[in-house]
Design a protein around this ligand. Structure first.
Ligand SMILES: Nc1ncnc2c1ncn2[C@@H]1O[C@H](COP(=O)(O)OP(=O)(O)O)[C@@H](O)[C@H]1O
Ligand SMILES: [Mg+2]
Length: 341
């Protein structure tokens, strides 16, 4: 069974995934409150532009670490702002390479990049990687509301995607040919793990200071991604948990996400099935709905038979505020079921 107490006791990094609206923010918040109430120092992080942690706790949080309760801190990262800040940093660095005549072209290119989902994901992933790394140094437990999945995680496992993107930024640059060859050294065919912090090892003495600095920046980013990748594969300390409702689309999407993670050798610790209807009289609408859910629960069990589950009933009220979240946390502890249930 998905034992929430054990999960909180053993894992330092917990990432919750799932379709919009299934209850990720609510469950992450409840787990964070629960972990903090057992004395762990907890950082709860969301990447939802809708500032949903603020909604769950009924108070404003935003993009700085905010204390919510004893031992409990939270941070809301805005992916759009993150992408802007990231591209600003890239532009500042690129400016030093471009001649005055190329600046306009470069800005146009960055403007286009800003719209591209790849740039958003890259920016968000870099920020997340830093927040997770700093978080694990300063907190006992880091809980991430909305785990990066699928395509985003591919950025970690295929660092050449990042390098190619950066390379694209340099396309209008006179030096681009030279830099492209430099960047190729960031994507050795054997393993990214073979990279070290010394750019000279990857390219010989024909680098000037600026090129070496750029190469260093890219190397540092890839090393950060390497460490994050290792963390995400570390099943002793890290857990991916999926939240879903017993309905067709959330089940299909969860199945796809679990498979996407498994194809990258990232195991999933378990599922939280939310909004279960309590058992009721046969004759009414809700009983029918309940039967529908039971059918979907069987289907879920059939599709993902080995994943442990935790069941949460639909509540009469929205779950807002510390007290409700604490109650939900306690409920999570008592509602774990084994895969054979
Ligand atoms: N078991 C439940 N019973 C009643 N309301 C719930 C339950 N789980 C979540 N909610 C409510 O549903 C809404 C959406 O939940 P949320 O956690 O924000 O979803 P997500 O983060 O997956 O988009 C919130 O208002 C939350 O309080
Ligand atoms: Mg949310």
């Amino acid at each position: 069974m998905l034992n929430i107490e054990e999960l909180l006791a053993t894992r330092r990094l917990i990432l919750l995934g799932g379709k919009g609206g299934v209850g990720k923010t609510t469950m992450s918040s409840a787990l964070a409150v629960l972990a903090a109430s057992t004395g762990r120092k907890v950082l709860l992080v969301s990447t939802d532009p809708a500032h949903s942690l603020s909604d769950a706790f009924g108070r404003s949080i935003g993009d700085h670490i905010t204390m919510l309760a004893p031992q409990l801190w939270a941070l809301e990262i805005d992916p759009d702002k993150e992408a802007d800040a990231y591209l600003e940093r890239v532009l500042a660095q690129m400016r030093r390479y471009a001649g005055p005549d190329q600046i306009h072209e470069l800005q146009r290119h960055l403007q286009l990049s800003r719209q591209s989902p790849g740039a958003q994901e890259a920016a968000l992933l870099e920020r997340l990687a830093k927040v997770i790394e700093d978080g694990l140094q300063n907190y006992d437990t880091v809980i991430l509301d909305t785990a990066p999945t699928g395509h985003t995680l591919r950025l970690l496992s295929l660092p050449e995607v990042m390098a190619a993107w950066t390379d694209g930024l340099l396309r209008h640059n006179k030096r681009s040919q030279h830099l492209s060859s430099v960047l190729k050294h960031l994507t050795p065919s054997r393993s990214i793990d073979s990279l070290t912090g010394d750019p000279n090892q990857h390219h010989s003495a024909d680098l000037d200071d600026k090129d070496a600095e750029l190469l260093n920046t890219l190397l540092r980013r890839q090393q950060l991604f390497n460490r994050t990748r290792r963390l995400l594969h570390d099943i002793e300390h890290t857990a991916f948990v999926f939240v879903l409702t017993p309905e067709r689309l959330p089940i299909l999407e969860t199945e796809r996400a679990v498979q996407a993670l498994m194809s990258q050798d990232i195991p999933v610790a378990g599922l939280i099935v939310n909004r279960l209807l309590p058992p009721m009289d046969d004759s009414n609408f809700w009983a029918h709905r309940r039967q529908q859910q039971e059918k979907h629960m069987l289907d879920l069990h059939h599709r993902l038979p080995t994943l442990r589950r935790c069941l949460v009933s639909l509540q009469a009220d929205d779950i807002v505020g510390l007290e409700s979240l604490q109650m939900l946390g306690n409920h999570l502890i008592s509602s774990s079921v084994g895969v054979t249930d």
